[in-house]
Write a protein that binds this ligand. Structure first.
Ligand code: FES
Ligand code: FES
Length: 207
């Protein structure tokens, strides 16, 4: 059987269309899947209150705190784990809440800046930041304070840092040790020296 040039072109076009179709359909299907979030419930303690949330599983802990629980003290700076503005304390350890999914914290005890103290009854670290002028614009301050509180816990627990001269002896409460541990908290206003003074004062008072 001979195939005319016209028939050949028609067959070719149909074949090309059928080859091109599956990726198009699969792109549509994945767009539809992305638009349909997978939900999960998570139960955790935030600032000593039990909270139950029904969340898109892709929700970060930071977004759950800010958008679902309206605790806007934790700030979104970079949303990439680079600035520390979103630092909260989870089960006693500081974490970047933008880098962790809320559903990974089932049963956790989360403390945000709102849970550390109140304007009427400040946490000693909050009072020291005010006394030493440890901020200018204040955007990084909630993360700095949560981090600083956890840093003192790390030093008390004897956890060494990159700046510790010994891995086995208890870390010393000195500026270089505090600076290294606070290096993940960026302050665009450059209030670093006052921040170190505030942390040192609280550390010495609680030693
Ligand atoms: Fe999380 Fe910058 S917002 S580290
Ligand atoms: Fe402005 Fe730190 S006080 S970024």
């Amino acid at each position: 059987m001979t195939i005319s040039r016209r028939t050949f072109l028609i067959v070719g076009a149909v074949t090309a269309a059928s080859v091109a179709l599956p990726p198009f359909i699969s792109a549509q299907a994945s767009a539809a899947n992305a638009a349909r979030p997978v939900k999960a419930s998570v139960k955790f303690w935030v600032n000593d209150q039990q909270r139950n949330l029904d969340l898109d599983t892709r929700t970060t802990l930071l977004d759950a705190l800010r958008e679902n629980l309206h605790l806007t003290g934790s700030k979104k700076g970079c949303d990439h784990g680079q600035c520390g503005a979103c630092t909260v304390i989870a089960d006693g350890r500081r974490i970047n809440s933008c880098l962790t999914l809320a559903v990974m914290h089932e049963g956790s005890k989360i403390t945000t800046i709102e849970g550390l103290g109140t304007p009427q009854k400040l946490h000693p670290m909050q009072a020291a930041f005010i006394k030493h002028d440890g901020y200018q614009c204040g955007y990084c301050t909630p993360g700095q304070i949560c981090s600083a509180v956890a840093v003192l816990g790390e030093i008390r627990d004897g956890i060494p840092s990159h700046a510790s001269p010994s891995l086995t002896k208890p870390p010393q409460l000195i500026a270089s040790e505090i600076q290294e541990r606070m290096s993940g908290n960026i302050c665009r206003c450059g209030a670093y020296s006052n921040i170190i003074e505030a942390i040192t004062e609280v550390a010495e008072a609680s030693a």
